[in-house]
Design a protein around this ligand. Structure first.
Ligand code: ADP
Length: 375
């Protein structure tokens, strides 16, 4: 009998699950927010993921519901479970990916290394944290942030006056120490409902203006101690939070050689796009296998190095399709992945993967191919 997966959300992550689903003979359906989205190819429904009736109707007849994002409200997730729908990752796990304050509190309970943090509800609380942590800190809105939106470095409570002023009666902001990091890493883990898990090699990510620009796999100079610590953190969080499907743990490597957890994503993640062309099993195939409780795939590298460079939208990327022939001609080893999205300045509209034996060459190729679209 054909396996059926329903994906809530029609963005590029859902889009990139379509190809491996076709290959494995899995019937994939997408509930898109609107027509014409990235994953429109497989959109069998268009509707509001915050509406239980809409999501229940979409979930009828599928073997499992999974997600392109973490924003489906808890009451909708609980409603699906109550109706007997298999939901992966489940509401209990997503609870911690939906709110950065809950995540920090739970990771403390699990003994995970983190930046010093606090929940603050007023200027006095924020000033007290600043005084105790060197006069500068990072303030975050607990919910709804992405790509650096909802993250701000402050040196006085006044710098966050707008956010503090907008808090609801019992609302709180997350404040964290400003971590002195040398680089950012990401650890991916896949876990099945029946408990098996596999890990990917830890990767280095480069952010520009709060947006992931590049990922290098495996992270240079991480083999051994750092890679082992990252893997242990990823595994402990996947098990501790009961994550099913793909988990990405974003990490800071500090100047004194520690790893601290920045944040979590319970779905395929930008830091894992390299796996499409650099790993035996891509994160998109792995996510489908994991949520269907199928045996997980090999995460071994196809080449010593893989580099992923995002294509960010801008006026020039109106011509993404026009530029494709020249880019493919100039960079035959580059694998170009496009998202079918209208370009807007800074918006992720695609990425390029290159895999090979020489890291400098692989970086050069990937950056040069992406620059064809983005300059
Ligand atoms: P988002 O949910 O928007 O991805 P993040 O919490 O990952 O937000 O923060 C975005 C970026 O801001 C991080 O990738 C990192 O570069 C920087 N950042 C976040 N938290 C801290 C921190 N405590 N110290 C230093 N830099 C931080």
């Amino acid at each position: 009998m054909t396996l059926q997966v329903g994906i809530v959300g029609g963005g590029q992550l859902a889009r990139m699950m379509i190809a491996p689903a076709v290959e494995l003979g899995i019937d994939v359906r997408v509930l898109a927010e609107q027509p014409g989205m990235s994953a429109g190819l497989a959109a069998t429904a268009v509707g509001d993921y915050r509406d239980l009736e809409t999501v229940l109707a979409f979930a009828r007849d599928v073997d499992v519901i999974t997600f392109d994002h973490e924003h489906v409200p808890q009451d909708v997730l609980q409603g699906l479970v109550a109706a007997g729908v298999a939901v992966h990752p489940g509401p209990e796990a997503l609870f911690f990916a939906q709110d950065k304050l809950r995540m920090r509190a739970r990771l403390d309970e699990l003994g995970m290394p983190q930046p010093a943090w606090a929940a603050v509800s007023d200027a006095a609380g924020l000033d007290a944290f600043l005084e105790a942590h060197g006069g500068r800190a990072v303030v975050k809105t607990p919910r709804g942030g992405y790509d650096g939106k909802g993250v701000r470095v402050v040196s006085a409570a006044a710098d966050a006056a707008d956010w503090l002023g907008a808090l609801a009666e019992d609302g709180e902001l997350l404040v964290e120490e400003l971590v002195d990091f040398t680089r950012e890493l990401a650890q991916q883990v896949a876990r099945r409902p029946s408990g098996d898990s596999v890990i990917y090699p830890v990767v280095e990510t480069v952010q520009r203006d709060g947006v992931c620009a590049e990922a290098i796999a495996p992270a240079p100079h991480a083999a051994g101690r750092l890679a082992d610590i990252a893997a242990d953190i990823g595994e402990a969080i996947a098990v501790g939070l009961g994550v099913t499907g793909m988990l990405a743990v974003e990490l800071f490597e500090t100047t004194d050689g520690r790893l601290l957890v920045n944040e979590l994503a319970m779905r395929p993640h930008n830091s894992g796009h390299w796996t499409q062309d650099g790993s035996i099993t891509s994160q998109f195939e792995q996510h489908l296998r994991a949520v269907l409780d199928l045996p997980l795939g090999d995460t071994a590298l196809r080449a010593p190095w893989s580099v992923m460079v995002n294509i960010l939208g801008g006026p020039a990327t109106d011509a993404l399709a026009d530029r494709l022939p020249a880019a493919l001609d100039a960079h035959p080893a580059a694998k170009v992945h496009t998202y079918g999205k209208d370009p807007r300045p800074g918006r992720k509209v695609g990425h390029v993967n290159v895999a090979g034996a020489d890291l400098d060459e692989v970086c050069y190729e990937a950056r040069a191919a992406a620059a064809f679209f983005a300059d």
